[in-house]
Design a protein around this ligand. Structure first.
Ligand SMILES: Cc1ncc(COP(=O)(O)O)c(C=O)c1O
Length: 385
């Protein structure tokens, strides 16, 4: 069998996933402090309304538009506000698909995209599967996270095509500051790069500084092309419905959208039911987000109380998003620590190394975890850290 070199050399699970599978097979009662699937977190979804929205008569019509249905795009434009227009939007089946389309749009095989790290680990594969390379450039932490704009500029090579940022970032929660935004857009304009901004977590500001860039849409006239990505998986905590979108603004936006429509036309991957339901789902979203936000805040309070008797442990500020970085003495590598905790306490945490956190001493835990499970998990792992 000959497979494309874009694929991994093998499909073996990593050590943590392998141990997890073994413990599950042994019937261990596991506590998962990494849960990021909101449909498994005990939120009270407005089920009747969601089902009704997905079973309207119009779901039986097939009326494909490569940009996505106008009514769905109108509802998304209204959700974002800040002057976003229906015609600036293209629908996708997920943010991941959005990245795939943008990488096809902007790069040739062998080209590069720059990604400040730590960040969302999927970028590496999403880029590789389009024949591109994701080049990480470390950000640094000094009281808060900072992009290293000089290092980003130095990393730009002849084949660099775009820069990808997540605002607020996963897993660090870092919101770009308005100064960082200006620096990024000027850098991209000067060096001819597109700027991709993933704002799936933008509605989840927690301990956000006042100078944060709440959304890239606040910049009505960026000097470089800006592609904003988002979707229902975080905006309405409905990842199973598979609806994402790309908003395009800045120089050349209309021509980029025309080319994106050509790409999307080859797939037409967004289902009619979710497009028909989008206006209702977005109308229901604030109530769902409020439950998520209440959970995030409650777990953060629980974490702070649990940390108080353990002065050798601490957490980093959570400007936004669904996760928190726990800081521990780096007595062993992060992955070894996560394996040790899983074996000894049946509790799953993610090592910082999964997200390219520099050095050792960081574990990533999800603030989405149901509150009783979150408390139980912290109680199990803290004595071993
Ligand atoms: C930064 C970031 N972008 C995108 C996604 C996934 O979005 P989607 O389900 O729309 O592909 C995630 C999921 O965790 C994420 O963390």
């Amino acid at each position: 069998m000959r497979l494309s070199s874009r694929l991994p050399q093998g499909f073996e699970p990593n050590a943590l996933t392998a141990v997890l599978a073994r413990l599950k097979a042994e019937g261990r009662e596991l506590v998962d402090l990494t849960v990021s699937n909101p449909t498994r977190c005990g939120f009270a979804y407005p089920e009747v309304e969601i089902r009704a929205a997905l079973s309207q008569p119009t779901v039986l019509n097939y009326d494909p538009d490569p940009l996505g249905s106008r009514t769905a795009r109108e509802a998304i434009a209204a959700h974002h506000g800040h002057g976003l227009r229906t015609e600036d939007l293209l629908l996708t089946a997920s943010t991941s698909e959005g990245y795939g389309l943008l990488f096809k749009l902007l790069g040739d095989p062998g080209d590069e995209v720059l990604v400040p790290s730590p960040s969302y680990p999927l970028f590496d594969w999403l880029a590789r599967l389009e024949g591109l390379r994701a080049h990480s450039v470390p950000s640094y932490f000094h009281e808060r996270w900072h992009l290293d704009l000089d290092a980003l500029e130095t990393a730009i090579a002849p084949r660099t095509r775009a820069l990808v940022v997540v605002n607020p970032n996963n897993p660090t929660g870092h919101f770009l500051s308005q100064t960082e935004w200006r620096g990024l857009t000027e850098l991209c304009a000067r060096r001819g790069l597109a700027l991709l901004v993933d704002e799936v977590f933008a509605d989840y500001a927690l301990e956000a500084p006042s100078d944060r860039l709440a959304t890239a849409l606040l910049d009505a006239d960026p000097p470089c092309p800006v592609f904003l990505l988002s979707g229902l998986s975080k905006v309405a905590a409905l990842p199973q419905l598979k609806l994402g979108w790309i908003a395009v603004h800045g120089p050349g936006a209309a021509a980029y959208l025309e080319a994106l429509a050509f790409l999307a036309d080859q797939y037409l991957s967004v289902s009619a039911p979710v497009q028909a339901a989008a206006p209702t789902l977005l109308a229901l979203a604030p109530g769902i987000r409020e439950q998520v936000r209440t959970r995030l805040q409650a777990n953060l309070r629980t974490l702070d109380s649990a940390l108080a008797p353990h002065p050798h442990l601490s957490r980093l500020p959570v400007e936004g998003g669904w996760s928190v970085l726990l800081h521990r003495p780096a007595v062993d590598p992060d992955e070894a620590c996560a394996l040790r905790l899983l074996e000894a306490t049946s509790t799953l945490v993610h090592p910082g190394s999964f997200f390219d956190l520099p050095g050792d001493g960081h574990l990533v835990i999800s603030l989405l975890t149901p509150e009783a499970i979150f408390r139980e998990g912290l109680g199990r792992i803290f004595p071993l850290l």
